[in-house]
Design a protein. Structure first.
Length: 379
């Protein structure tokens, strides 16, 4: 049995008020090619299909197109579970009818848990779908007394284990496994670390296809894996290499795992340097269309730095000026630190605006105004 494990599509996401739908379509085209070229038997999406509970129309249209091409044109079954960003009810609309076509959407925890059995030459592989469910949701749907995420996941998995019946098994779950590496773009499931669940819970299954954490990773056992998100969704993910996880399961349930790289339309990078140097190198930068956070090391004022940088790097999304507030290795943000540098900062600004140095008479005038401001004599 060969299946492709993905998660955290976050369709419809915006980043710094920029829609990423075009970027998502680009990487989903690669996913469709992988399903076709590698003759995949099933595609798994382990939660956070959409970025929010009421997705924009463009995101729904994109998902519809992807489902049509993978399921209808290629004839490949697709399995979805709801993540913490999804609305379980909206995602699961029409699920019973869609299941007859090989589109299996598992939005709410059930008793028994939702499952899909697919067959290969060695027999059946049963896929259990455990959508994101906090303790309150599990208590409501299962009628069990649980008060933590670990207890809730244990209750859901216990039901799944009862249904294995000697078959090879795969579980799809959307959760935070203890020890996992998180990113800034993930919405916390709870506060204070109470959302963690131990990886030992997934030991009985041949493969655990996890979603929620955006970095591709495994915890404790190779078969308990996060495929990671399809794209970088924060600058904290700059060093991550996004991929989909191809799994080949043999007749005994042993899994061979291959990460297949995904290549973004625009990368997400952090550039650090001095203003003039960054402007000079921008013309020859092959990634100048990337989404950028730029950290300027200059300690003087610069006229309209964002506007001028965007002439070279059109997708600069955030600008930091640590050089204005740093002293040695210690960053100071106090009013006193700013006050010490006010006159030099104004001189830099004057130089940027006029191309000339501020003369002594002007320095004396500005210094007097600053003194009166600090004394509270000027509104």
């Amino acid at each position: 049995m060969r299946f492709l494990h993905t998660s955290d599509w976050h369709l419809g996401r915006q980043f710094h008020n920029i829609s990423l739908l075009e970027d998502q379509r680009h990487v989903l085209e690669q996913l469709i090619d992988i399903v076709d070229d590698r003759q995949v038997d099933a595609l798994l999406v382990s939660g956070d299909v959409y970025d929010r509970s009421v997705p924009p129309a463009g995101a729904v249209s994109l998902l519809d197109d992807v489902i049509h091409r993978i399921n209808t044109e290629l004839g490949v079954p697709m399995l979805f579970i709801a993540g913490n960003h999804d609305s379980a009810e909206r995602l699961g609309f029409g699920a019973r009818a869609l299941a007859r076509s090989g589109i299996h959407i598992m939005g709410q925890p059930g008793h028994p848990p939702a499952s899909v059995a697919l067959s290969d030459d060695a027999g059946e592989v049963v896929f259990f779908g455990l959508p994101y469910a906090d303790p309150v949701t599990v208590r409501h749907h299962l009628g069990v007394d649980v008060h933590s995420h670990e207890q809730a996941m244990s209750a859901l998995l216990a039901q799944a284990k009862e249904q294995i019946a000697g078959r090879r098994s795969v579980v799809l779950a959307h959760c935070f496994v203890d020890g996992g590496v998180e990113s800034e773009s993930e919405r916390p499931l709870s506060v204070g670390g109470a959302d963690r669940v131990p990886p030992t819970l997934f030991e009985p299954f041949e493969y655990a296809a996890l979603g929620h954490l955006h970095a591709p990773q495994s915890r404790q056992w190779p078969h308990v894996r996060y495929s990671g998100s399809l794209l970088k969704y924060s600058f904290s993910e700059e060093k991550q290499h996004k991929s989909a996880t191809l799994v080949d399961m043999d007749a005994q349930g042993k899994c061979e795992i291959e990460k297949i790289s995904l290549h973004p339309l625009r990368d997400m990078r952090i550039l650090e340097g001095h203003f003039d140097e960054l402007l000079a190198q921008g013309g020859s930068d092959p990634g100048k269309e990337d989404y950028l956070l730029i950290r300027l090391l200059d300690t003087h004022a610069i006229h309209e730095p964002m506007h001028r940088l965007r002439d070279v790097y059109p997708n600069v999304l955030h600008l930091e000026r640590p050089g204005l507030l740093c002293s040695g290795e210690r960053r100071e943000t106090s009013r006193e630190r700013l006050a010490v540098g006010e006159l030099p900062l104004f001189e830099d600004f004057y130089r940027q605006m006029t191309g000339e140095e501020l003369q002594p008479q002007g320095q004396k005038l500005v210094a007097g105004i600053l003194d009166r401001l600090h004394a509270g004599e000027v509104d």
